[in-house]
Write a protein that binds this ligand. Structure first.
Ligand code: ADP
Ligand code: ZN
Length: 625
């Protein structure tokens, strides 16, 4: 089949036969998993049988296992291309904890360390070798790999090869030569985010031949999505973070300054939080990442520079203090929550002002591109996708899933819309008329804040000097706080009833539909900002039978073991394993071994220590912790 006639429908709708016992035994021994997740066996089978594949599974879907199992079962060494050193390091660390021989080659290793890895490869010691794309395509390195008779290559984060993706990396383009360079080997692409177009691009660029296309369910049922109008971003963030006391939270901000201001604000209110952005020194960045991984730090306020290298699977909440620039970005960033499969919350604080800010950035950055018109069009269309996600009150799970081409049937019970939290403002149309007529009376030459000041009847010097306090609309919405008014004005901009000029001092004008609204010919629905939220049903289920004080005691032990070993805490056991322990309270090593996620090596290394805490707790629940 030629690449341009590739069929992109998933290869097989009916589940193929189950994994053979020998494979399951290996998985049980090494990882302690009792079963495989959807599509994992099909992906593993492609790896074992050397059929090219494209595996699209959402974050947390278990992609890594798909390329980790085949070389272990077949007793060979496969190569994994990975874009980030931190990501490789964590994976190798995790594999070694399970007694799985793996290594990474990257520029942060000293020549002596690299030499050790090279020797190990030659001696056939490893099952997986992780390399960065720029290293892989070096001629000497290609020769070295060819000499090792590498038969299978996995490309992680494969969407980086596509310009239509949201994370294009030019160095990935060179991977196109792998097919020719390793005609004997199979190539396996993995990604969490890929629209139809990106999928096609991956298949073509990597010249995959008759690939098995495995596309998993995009919906992440354990995540509760919320979109809230941004009224007072820092206060709202504080309120959200407080719902997750002692839990891991990532707050994404647009600018470096925002990360610092938010972190300072949270600390002032007793939340242990740190700022993280690309402008920090390398040492400081590593310190924060390490503290977060070691569970010594709960909340990180970050730009999107934070995350790709962070694999902490027990992130319980991801807050977007500003709107990201595409649904793909949102899916990926929010997807860092709840990778352990337990319930987690994703909140996006939406302000139309962020959209306008992105538009300016898109235009500015397009200047430097080869084809500015197309770049702007592409950027705008991605932006429109996320804007519509934020402004239309329909099930968030359905919206996200549909965006990636998978319609979802029923309401989810796990988003603000389905939980009934999104309410329309009472008398929306009247409120809209008041705002529009105020913009009109002010001569259509003032910005958002000035209009909000007049509406709420501010007594500032500026208002008096401009004689705005003489207007008939002065104070007609005095019952609304300023933040809410600003938010409502932006909603009217989104709906097209108001227009906002561009430039340094944007002013508000009446939009095309404003007159119809003012004359009462058109209804308006505005969304009421709500602050109070309910817990999703799943949130209570995964805590069922879990003894919280024992869970805390087990987390404490995990932290100590991780610190001694200088590894991230979640690599010892993830939250899901600890909660099962705290619910079942096993009394012997054998019954501890029954728990999913407790493999043989971890049982030998940590089993007794965890068992001791459980037994001590059952003797005297109050003294442990
Ligand atoms: P992805 O790379 O797709 O985001 P990971 O490979 O990091 O996902 O897996 C997410 C989590 O799920 C990890 O904690 C992993 O150990 C766990 N996991 C993967 N496969 C299984 C399985 N078959 N059973 C239980 N847990 C699994
Ligand atoms: Zn829903």
């Amino acid at each position: 089949m030629s690449p341009d006639s590739v069929e992109l429908v998933p290869s097989d709708e009916t589940p193929s036969q189950a994994a053979p016992p020998a494979v399951l035994t290996k998985i049980r021994e090494c990882w302690g998993f009792d079963s495989l997740r959807p599509l994992q066996w099909q992906a593993i089978q492609a790896g074992l049988e050397h059929r090219d594949s494209l595996v699209v599974l959402p974050t947390g879907g278990g992609k890594s296992l798909c390329y980790q199992v085949p070389p272990l079962v077949a007793a060979r060494m496969d190569v994994v291309v990975s874009p980030l050193i931190a990501l490789m390091r964590d994976q190798v660390e995790g594999l070694l904890q399970n007694g799985y021989p793996a290594a990474a080659l990257h520029s942060h290793l000293s020549p002596a360390e690299q030499e050790v890895v090279v020797r190990g490869v030659e001696a056939g010691e490893y099952r997986l070798l992780f390399v960065a794309p720029e290293r892989l395509v070096q001629p000497e390195f290609l020769d070295f790999l060819a000499a090792q008779r590498v038969r299978s290559l996995a490309i992680d984060e494969a969407h980086c090869i596509s310009q239509w993706g949201h994370d294009f990396r030019p160095e990935y383009r060179q991977l196109a030569m792998l097919r020719e360079r390793f005609p004997e080997a199979s190539v396996h692409a993995f990604t969490a985010t890929a629209t139809e177009r990106v999928r096609r691009d991956i298949v073509e660029r990597l010249a995959l031949s008759e690939p098995e296309i495995l596309v998993g369910q995009f919906d992440r049922p354990n995540l509760t999505y919320r979109v809230q109008p941004a009224v007072d971003v820092r206060r709202q963030t504080l309120e959200i973070v407080r719902r997750h006391a002692k839990e891991a939270v990532i707050v994404y901000c647009l600018s470096r300054k925002d990360t610092e201001r938010t972190a300072t604000f949270l600390r002032k209110h007793g939340v242990q939080a740190a700022a993280y952005h690309a402008g920090l020194e390398g040492a400081e960045r590593s310190r924060i990442q390490d503290a977060f991984a070691a569970e010594e730090l709960d909340v990180v306020c970050a730009t999107v520079a934070f995350g790709m290298g962070i694999d902490r699977s027990d992130v319980r909440c991801v807050v977007h203090a500003a709107m990201p620039k595409s649904v793909e970005h949102y899916q990926q960033e929010s997807g860092r929550a709840g990778r352990d499969g337990l319930e987690a919350e994703c909140v996006l604080l939406y302000s139309a002002a962020d959209g306008l800010r992105w538009e300016r950035l898109i235009e500015r950055s397009a200047h430097d591109s080869e084809d500015p018109a197309t770049t702007v069009a592409r950027g705008r269309s991605l932006l429109q996708g996320i804007r519509s996600y934020c402004t239309v009150a329909r099930c968030r799970h359905q919206r996200l899933s549909e965006y990636f081409g998978q319609p979802l049937a029923s309401d989810c019970g796990g988003c603000d819309v389905c939980l009934g939290e999104v309410q329309t403002l009472p008398d929306s149309t009247v409120v809209a008329q008041k705002i529009l007529s105020c913009v009109y009376r002010m001569g259509e030459r003032w910005g958002v804040q000035a209009v909000a000041d007049v509406l709420r009847g501010a007594t500032s010097e500026a208002v008096r000097q401009r004689h705005h306090d003489q207007l008939s609309t002065y104070g007609i919405l005095a019952d609304q706080p300023s933040g809410v008014l600003v938010q409502l004005i932006y909603q009217l901009v989104d709906l097209g009833h108001l227009a906002r000029s561009s430039g340094e001092y944007p002013v508000l004008r009446l939009g095309e539909t404003a007159r119809a609204v003012l004359r009462g010919e058109q209804e308006v629905q505005l969304i009421q900002p709500v602050i109070k939220v309910r817990r999703a049903k799943r949130a209570t289920e995964s805590w069922e039978g879990v003894d919280p004080s024992l869970f805390e005691a087990l987390r404490g032990l995990r932290r100590r073991l991780a610190a001694e070993r200088k590894v991230p805490a979640y690599l010892i056991f993830n939250d899901s394993v600890l909660r099962t322990m705290a619910a079942r309270q096993p009394e012997s090593l054998e019954s501890l071994h029954q728990i999913s996620g407790v493999g043989e090596k971890k049982l030998a290394d940590f089993g007794q220590a965890f068992l001791d805490v459980i037994l001590a707790h059952s003797r005297d629940p109050l003294t442990v912790g």
